[in-house]
Design a protein around this ligand. Structure first.
Ligand code: CMC
Length: 376
């Protein structure tokens, strides 16, 4: 058995080919369909990026208008789903709520079982349109407030703020949010995307694949980290106290959330752009505490551990400064990553082979079954 190479955590394993995105850890860079993410953040909007991920090319103005119109038309939740959301436990974690809501959307979808490429694409648009509505509704219901219906006259990001807060914020805030959505959209074979591909490889439908993706994203080693980052920043009394706080953490060998990455070992390509927009948010709100504390943590982590921050590190405080409740941060990640997940579902289905690896057995030798009456 020594000759068998077991790669725990599938570290360094190429599980398939993909043309959706490319991570280049040597240069800390990331491209979606050949475009650098930083360029997409400055030149394009999240809905253009969604179109790009699903179609391989950026839309022209006419294609974008059609795509936006299709998304806007699908935002409303059914009365049945709204009733179900009201019956969820008040203190349910919003990730559990959105996971359940997406599963329910599958049962309701007239094309649920149709896994043809055309039907999967239509269902992907419906998910892109409806997930934010469900995320906003569960957030409001958890606070005893009524959901706010989507407004089809508003663009994607503006509509999300409208459904959460009942108003649309300043342009800089929308831009910072839009940038975060672009940065969260896609990232090769991360755990949740791989989970979605595994489900798709059995020829199950897209709602099942996205439900699995959401379940995987919840964990604090993956998407859950953006919430954990903000809880951590709030635990630190002041930027001046951050270094001592962190060193105490080192003594306990505790994980520092928002740091480290399986693929990037010299810095996450998405961090500089997100940090820039988190700083703009701090400026807009007039509260520099979180970014100042973050700067101390990043400096000490690099000096002492040679570990760089990942995207969740600046995204956490950015969302907090936008006014979102902390338990919404990972559900917001879902609103974005549905684009990458769906791109991978389509790619997997287009050239499918069942994903079914091997396990190297390390249990007991084969032995006889003792009849129940003879077992002591
Ligand atoms: N805090 C403290 N030590 C760390 C951290 C961290 N955040 N990340 C890695 N290390 C240490 C790790 O303990 C290991 O030390 P040693 O060699 O002494 O055992 C060393 O650095 C190498 O790390 P690794 O175990 O090879 O890393 P991995 O590729 O297995 O895990 C990770 C990657 C993201 C799970 C891990 O870095 C981590 O748990 N980070 C904190 C959670 C987090 O921020 N997750 C978000 C990931 S990126 C965006 C997203 O998906 O949302």
């Amino acid at each position: 058995s020594e000759a068998i190479d077991v790669r725990k955590g599938l570290v360094g394993v190429y599980a398939d080919e993909s043309s959706v995105s490319k991570v280049m850890p040597e240069t800390n860079s990331l491209t979606y369909r050949g475009y650098a993410v930083q360029d997409l953040c400055e030149e394009a909007s999240f809905d253009e990026v969604a179109y790009l991920l699903w179609n391989g090319e950026l839309p022209n103005p006419q294609q974008l208008r059609e795509f936006q119109a299709a998304e806007k038309a699908e935002r409303a939740l059914s009365p049945a789903l709204l009733r179900v959301l009201r019956d969820f436990p008040r203190d349910a974690h919003p990730m559990d709520a959105i996971r359940t809501a997406v599963s329910f959307m599958g049962m309701e979808d007239p094309e649920c079982a149709d896994i043809s490429d055309a039907a999967q694409r239509r269902k992907a648009v419906r998910l892109l349109a409806r997930i934010p509505t469900a995320v906003a509704a569960t957030n409001r219901l958890s606070k005893g407030l009524d959901p706010i219906a989507p407004d089809a006259s508003l663009p994607f990001c503006e509509n999300f703020f409208h459904m959460v807060f009942g108003k649309v914020p300043a342009k800089e805030v929308i831009k910072a949010f839009d940038v975060s959505m672009i940065l969260y959209a896609e990232h090769t074979f991360n755990a949740s995307t791989f989970a979605a591909r595994v489900v798709t490889s059995t020829m199950a439908d897209i709602h099942g694949a996205i439900t699995a993706g959401i379940a995987a994203l919840k964990g604090p080693l993956h998407g859950g980290a953006n919430e954990a980052v903000m809880h951590m920043l709030k635990e630190i009394p002041s930027p001046e106290a951050a270094e001592a706080w962190l060193r105490e953490r080192f003594d306990h060998k505790a994980l520092v959330m928002g740091f480290g990455h399986r693929v990037y070992k010299n810095g996450d390509s998405r961090v500089p752009t997100m940090k820039k927009y988190a700083e703009i948010m701090a400026e807009v709100v007039g509260d520099k505490r979180w970014m100042n504390t973050s700067a101390v943590l990043a400096k000490v982590m690099l000096e002492e551990k040679r570990i760089h921050p990942n995207l969740d590190f600046p995204a956490g405080p950015a969302y907090y400064l936008m006014g979102f409740d902390i338990p919404m941060f990972t559900p917001i990640f879902v609103c974005s990553r549905i684009t990458g997940w769906a791109a991978h579902v389509l790619e997997q289905a287009a050239d499918n082979r069942l994903i079914r690896p091997l396990s190297l057995y390390n249990g007991l030798e084969q032995r006889p079954v003792v009849p129940l009456a003879q077992r002591g």
